[in-house]
Design a protein around this ligand. Structure first.
Ligand SMILES: Cc1cc2nc3c(=O)[nH]c(=O)nc-3n(C[C@H](O)[C@H](O)[C@H](O)COP(=O)(O)OP(=O)(O)OC[C@H]3O[C@@H](n4cnc5c(N)ncnc54)[C@H](O)[C@@H]3O)c2cc1C
Length: 515
């Protein structure tokens, strides 16, 4: 069986694991990350997309608010290309308890969330679709955050510092020698090949699956997966992150992301983070709550619904997952369970992933008996060196001087043939869903209806795939997209789905393609 040796082995390729592998590599450790799917294929790629100012937690979870207050400016400095600086608003609607607004102001003052009350007229000028009956409005430094750019930025930086990133590698077992974890047995999910990785220390950053990984080392870590659903609407109904000014609840935030806006979210405890069913009731609730912020919300086309599982950690049993703090937890299994060479980093938010990584790698240093300072507070991610935020118009601007120079493959996300080919070459992947995560291919209003058969043809033409593999990749992509579309099939989205059906079943007869 092939074997690798390293100092640090990181399990999980979400924002936490990507942060840990980068931090460890920057501190000079030989590091390997293993992820069972693609990077950010877990909760990180299924989150709401909000770089928190801390406002959401200012009243109910001050420790989490303070962490966001600390990290928000650091990410703005070091990960600017992953951030669209939309700004955020907290507004009191007629459905909200007006007394909460004063509590909110006090909470922000106490936790250090930068806050400015603005006139309602000013808020409505900024966001004309907001319900005109709102009574108060507060500006905060919320923003929208691209998880794939963030995670791949960390991975690129880690690789530049010598780390190895093994996607599609699942941990089957952790190997123990007496009371010490000494490595892992992993399986390459694409080839079926098994691999042994020996490590001086293993960092469990498996998010909602961290309990399963800990169990492999004989440690009990109770993670309460908190399911949340989100719906992408086909327009930017708002250009600012808009939050209801009330105790955190379902469907009270709309985040503008690229060409769409996303409403979320719910919080329901589930048994298995791999089984996240979306119910019709949850969809209806989101749309109803959207109406309270933006009247007419339901008339926009709902493009896609998806769910993610929060990796919530609580030492005590709770029934309502909203009660669990959003701060992170570092579990040192040597101290806690008498198992050396193994730490778990869990909880937290994507907004605080860097802080979580710093805590985990500080623990690694302690275990390995070295003192190496963290550098991620200042060192920018690749692509963010100029500290310029992502701007929605940037792709159009990049094409403007010679508008017809390169064919557009995905009109919604303005992805050109050259960009697609460059991503194919860079990712070395034949999986269209991996390319989606890299480029946002097929994530706009047509949800792949017009672009994905073109992209399949280009993959085939580039001789990365034979005919059967290209067909399989197309069908897998369609199947994956369908999961997010079928719970919201009504109105214009139903029309779009019928059109897609005519294209894929009628014109291309995809169900008869040889695979
Ligand atoms: C609905 C929802 C909305 C959210 N919105 C926001 C938001 O707007 N802003 C914000 O800051 N935070 C938000 N969060 C929280 C945030 O998304 C999570 O805290 C964060 O993504 C967790 O990252 P992670 O890396 O710890 O976990 P994950 O991203 O889940 O990564 C863990 C990885 O471990 C991998 N793994 C599991 N088992 C194995 C195995 N055996 N071998 C190898 N790999 C394995 C999984 O495939 C997964 O990719 C939201 C969460 C939810 C659920």
């Amino acid at each position: 069986m092939p074997a690798l040796e390293t100092e640090v082995l990181v399990v999980g390729g979400g924002s936490t694991g990507a942060g840990v592998v980068r931090d460890a590599a920057l501190r000079g450790f030989a590091t390997i990350l293993v992820e069972r799917g693609d990077l950010a294929a877990g909760t990180t790629g299924r989150f709401h997309g909000l770089l928190h100012s801390g406002g959401r937690y200012a009243v109910t979870d001050p420790a989490a608010a303070r962490e966001c207050v600390e990290e928000n400016p650091i990410l703005r400095r070091t990960a600017a290309d992953c951030i669209e600086d939309t700004g955020g608003l907290f507004v009191t609607t007629r459905w909200d308890d007006p007394a909460f607004a004063d509590e909110f102001v006090r909470g922000c003052e106490e936790t250090g969330v930068p806050l400015e009350e603005i006139a309602v007229a000013e808020a409505l000028r900024q966001e004309p679709r907001l319900d005109p009956t709102i009574s108060r409005a507060f500006a905060v430094p919320d923003a929208s955050l691209d998880p794939w750019k963030l995670v791949w930025g960390c991975a690129r930086s880690a690789r530049e510092h010598g780390a190895e990133i093994l996607t599609y590698h699942r941990v089957l077992d952790l190997e123990r020698q007496r009371e010490r974890v000494v490595g892992a047995l992993v399986e390459n999910e694409l080839t079926g090949e098994e691999l042994r990785i020996r490590a001086e220390i293993v960092v469990n950053a498996a998010g909602a699956w961290a309990g399963q990984i800990a169990e492999l080392a004989g440690c009990k870590v109770t993670i309460l997966p908190g399911k949340g659903i989100m719906i992408a609407m086909n327009h930017r109904l708002v250009n600012t992150v808009v939050n209801r000014c009330k105790h955190p609840a379902d469907g009270d935030i709309i985040v503008p992301i690229r060409t769409v806006s996303v409403i979320g979210t719910t919080d329901t405890r589930v048994a298995d983070p791999d089984e996240l069913e979306v119910t019709q009731g949850e969809v209806e609730e989101m749309l109803d709550e959207g109406e309270k912020l933006v009247p007419g919300f339901r008339k926009a086309r709902a493009l896609r619904v998806w769910a993610g599982a929060r990796p919530l950690f609580s030492a005590q049993e709770v029934s309502d997952t909203r009660e669990v703090t959003r701060t992170h937890t570092l579990l040192d299994h040597a101290e806690r369970d008498g198992v050396e060479g193994f730490v778990t980093i869990t909880g937290g938010k994507t907004t605080t992933f860097r802080l979580m990584a710093e805590a985990a790698v500080d623990a690694v240093c302690e275990h390995l008996g070295v003192d190496r300072p963290c550098r991620t507070q200042e060192e920018p991610l690749p692509g963010s060196e100029d500290r310029e935020f992502y701007w929605l118009g940037s792709r159009v601007r990049a094409r403007e001087p010679v508008p017809r120079s390169d064919e557009i493959i995905c009109e919604c996300e303005l992805i050109t043939r050259d960009r697609l080919k460059a991503a194919m070459a860079q990712r070395h992947t034949t999986n269209l869903d991996d390319l989606r995560r890299t480029l946002r291919l097929g994530m706009g209003p047509c949800q792949g209806g017009f672009c994905i058969y073109r992209a399949t043809g280009i993959l085939h033409e580039a001789e990365r795939l034979d005919q059967r593999a290209a067909n399989a990749s197309l069908l897998d992509f369609l199947q994956e997209r369908w999961k997010g579309v079928h719970p919201i099939l009504h109105g214009d989205q139903l029309r779009q789905a019928r059109l897609d059906d005519w294209i894929f079943q009628g014109l291309l007869a995809v169900q008869h393609l040889p695979r």
